[in-house]
Ligand binder design. Structure first.
Ligand code: SF4
Ligand code: SF4
Length: 414
């Protein structure tokens, strides 16, 4: 029986059905999970075939390797944008006996990797039944804010009409808000950085790569445009084999909506502390304009993503990851919905209730950021930085350059 290395070294297209992708074939590397073993098998088959090399970054990155350790597979899986193109284009996808389904297997590897890199390790079980965990944490957060604010406020304040400068802070002082949300946000950022460090080390990267501004800039450009969600040009596939750009559009609306909301909060903090202009703001003030645009993006984007997920071909999904994806997307939608309702109804008796609900969802979102689907953006960005570095080495293949970038010289010139 041929070894996987022998298969990889064959001329293009040299796979033999009887030997190449046998699922019973012994693995040349021991892997931590079944999904990683299966990903190794698929990458060995794909490395012999290479039909999909123009579709995304995964296949060129795969071609730089002859064997696949766990770190390599976690890198490739997080580089995959789940566009589905390589599944519909593959002549070896089910029912073919090779059973090649890269999007599904990489989705499993990705979801497992979130649990592997979580910080602190004791919270890894939160990724086991993530949908339930996120829902419970958020429900507790919303309950605590609602009943907590009812307990500390006179009902006439909580359920009365509050208008004018500082209206929100009659329900909860600005200092208390800043302390609660600042602590939650900085904890989340710290936990995300620690998780990223584990990922970075596991895929064999060093800090030097992150200080290479060319690689980081190219990765940012690829991430901001979702370059690899285009299925090689025509768009990604979802419910059928017809490619469209809908998922990319919904993802953009969600991502940029989130950034605009963040910009709105930052501007409001500047107004409050630097120019002594407390909320609520008029509809034409910058925090409201940014927040309204971001809020619309965070309503339409997550709603579209949920609709696309509901229709997605089950063959492309990792069923175990559905709860996590839904919980995160619904959470974003509810953060935005309560924020928009608060904006519209802030001069009515509903303001106190909506403020409590909105703060409950925002707090729940912050504390679960390192334990939710949010992490996919962090690891994918890291994978894009690494790929940008490898791509540069590939196109500037001098041995000294390759050594400086940490790429094995045997792969640098291909
Ligand atoms: S997904 Fe299929 S067609 Fe594409 S490279 Fe792999 S084996 Fe070849
Ligand atoms: S699903 Fe799309 S992004 Fe992922 S490996 Fe296949 S073609 Fe590349």
């Amino acid at each position: 029986m041929s070894t996987p290395e022998a298969l990889v070294n064959r001329p293009h297209g040299g796979i033999q059905p009887s030997e190449a992708a046998s699922r019973e074939a012994p693995m040349h590397t021991f892997h931590a999970t079944e999904a990683l073993s299966e990903a190794d098998r698929l990458m060995t088959v794909c490395n012999s075939c290479r039909y999909c090399e123009g579709l995304c970054a995964v296949f060129p990155a795969m071609e730089m390797r002859r064997s696949f350790a766990d770190g390599d597979l976690n890198y490739l899986a997080n580089l995959c944008h789940a566009c589905g193109a390589c599944y519909v284009d593959c002549q070896f996808s089910p029912p073919h006996e090779f059973n090649v389904n890269v999007p599904r297997v990489f989705a499993k590897v990705r979801n497992d990797s979130y649990r592997m890199y979580v910080w602190p390790r004791a919270l890894a079980p939160l990724f086991e039944r993530n949908g339930l965990a996120i829902s419970l944490i958020t429900a507790v957060s919303v309950g605590l804010f609602f009943f907590g604010l009812m307990a500390i406020n006179d009902p006439a304040v909580m359920f009365g009409v509050q208008t004018g400068p500082g209206a929100f802070y009659r329900i909860l002082s600005h200092n208390a808000m800043a302390a609660i949300f600042g602590a939650a946000f900085f904890y989340a950022v710290g936990a995300l950085i620690m998780g990223f460090r584990l990922f970075w080390r596991d895929i064999g990267e060093t800090r030097a790569t992150l200080t290479n501004h060319v690689s980081v800039w190219r990765a940012m450009r690829d991430a901001m445009t979702l370059r690899y969600l285009d299925g090689g040009g025509p768009g990604c596939v979802n419910e059928d084999e017809r490619p469209t750009d809908r998922r990319r559009l919904y993802h953009h609306l969600t991502f940029y909506g989130f950034l605009l909301c963040l910009a709105s909060t930052t501007t409001a903090t500047f107004y409050h502390y630097i120019v002594d202009h407390p909320a609520p703001y008029a509809w034409y003030d910058l925090p409201v304009v940014l927040g309204t645009l971001g809020g619309i993006g965070l309503l339409v984007g997550p709603a579209g993503l949920l609709w696309a997920k509901a229709k997605r071909d089950p063959a492309l999904r990792d069923e175990n990851g559905r709860g996590m994806e839904h919980a995160f997307t619904v959470m974003l939608f509810l953060v935005s919905l309560t924020g928009m309702l608060l904006l519209v109804l802030r001069a009515t008796p509903a303001m106190g209730t909506l403020l409590a609900l909105h703060m409950g969802f925002v707090f729940g979102f912050f504390v679960t950021m390192p334990y939710s689907k949010f992490v996919h953006g962090i690891y994918r960005f890291g994978a894009l930085v690494r790929y940008a570095k490898e791509r540069r080495a590939l196109h500037e293949p001098t041995p000294s350059k390759a050594r400086a970038l940490g790429i094995p010289s045997s792969t640098a010139g291909r």
